[in-house]
Design a protein around this ligand. Structure first.
Ligand SMILES: [Zn+2]
Length: 301
């Protein structure tokens, strides 16, 4: 209808009145995604003291806050290389890749979760392992990648850890596992729970047949089926400061038992006080501590 209620022929309508035919306005130019990404890559806020941290500072301090010592997450290959002698790491079983035996679907298909994590991390699964030396001592060592589906242990991770213990047994070398995991991978159901028994059986053979030690390093977080199997079976158990270590999360326990939990429950410090952890070791001291522990365990005086 035209002004005054008259019908206006279609062809005479002005451009303004035919707003529904016009293209939506151009969005205002905001900062380009690449600039935002670049700023995010250079700056980080410490979850401990809220200080803004610069990437160079974090690199120099192995991803620990230089102000309060908070341990931020570190890439698992970077961690591995920070612990072993330069050029000594030889990776094993890199080709193992997960399958989807149960055709599992929750809010997403398991196969889609796997491929998204593989694209994000450039890795086949949540664990890397290999042979290396630490201060000249040959070891079989592996690290979890929490960035790959929460470091969860499915058939591939369990197989990698089992092969690591078996290789250590064959070669007569100590084993080291650095854990960071939410536990068993629920998308593989019983098959992931079986990895708890499988890895522990391989670990028992390392002790019985090869008489070699195993050092477990617990980092934030080590929970679920990983905490309930090989992670708590170390001849020596080291932990990074203030890591969450436990089977079920504190909220689940509180809801189950209907009681408030004590201050600091399930942290490295709490576990040290209660005899579940042998020593809390800051990241910068981990390499030296592993070297001393290995010598002590291999050649007790
Ligand atoms: Zn801080």
């Amino acid at each position: 209808m035209g002004p005054g209620g008259h019908v206006v022929p279609w062809g005479l309508m002005t451009k303004e009145r035919r707003w529904f035919e016009q293209s939506p306005p151009e969005p205002k130019a905001g900062p380009r995604a690449t600039d935002v990404d670049r700023v995010k890559a250079l700056w980080n806020q410490c979850p401990g003291c809220r200080e803004v941290l610069n990437k160079d500072d974090l690199d120099q301090h192995m991803n620990c806050c230089p102000h309060c010592g908070y341990h931020l997450r570190i890439d698992n290959l970077e961690r591995m290389l920070s612990l072993v002698d330069e050029g000594s790491f030889e990776r094993h079983d890199e080709h193992l890749s997960p399958t989807d035996p149960l055709s599992f679907v929750d809010s997403k298909k398991y196969v889609d979760r796997i491929s998204a994590s593989q694209r994000k991390t450039g890795e086949n699964d949540a664990y890397i392992s290999g042979s290396a030396t630490i201060d000249g001592l040959a070891v079989q060592i592996g690290t979890f990648n929490f960035g790959f589906m929460g470091g969860s242990m499915g058939s591939v991770v369990g197989e990698l850890i089992t092969r690591q213990f078996e290789r250590a047994t064959e070669r007569g070398e100590p084993a080291i596992v650095i854990s960071a995991s939410g536990g068993a991978r629920m998308q593989e159901g019983l098959l992931s729970l079986m990895q708890m028994a499988k890895t522990c059986a391989a670990l028992a053979r390392l002790r019985d047949e090869a008489k070699q030690p195993y050092i477990s390093v617990l980092t934030h977080p080590t929970t679920g089926g990983v905490a309930a199997s090989f992670a708590m079976l170390g001849d020596m158990i080291l932990a990074e400061p203030n890591a969450l270590i436990g089977f079920a999360g504190p909220r689940v326990i509180e809801q189950t038992i209907g009681q408030a939990l004590p201050e600091g429950f399930q942290t490295s410090e709490y576990l040290l006080d209660h005899g579940m952890v042998d020593r809390i070791v800051p990241r910068k001291d981990m390499r030296g501590t592993l070297s001393r522990c290995l010598r002590l365990l291999l050649d007790p005086v």
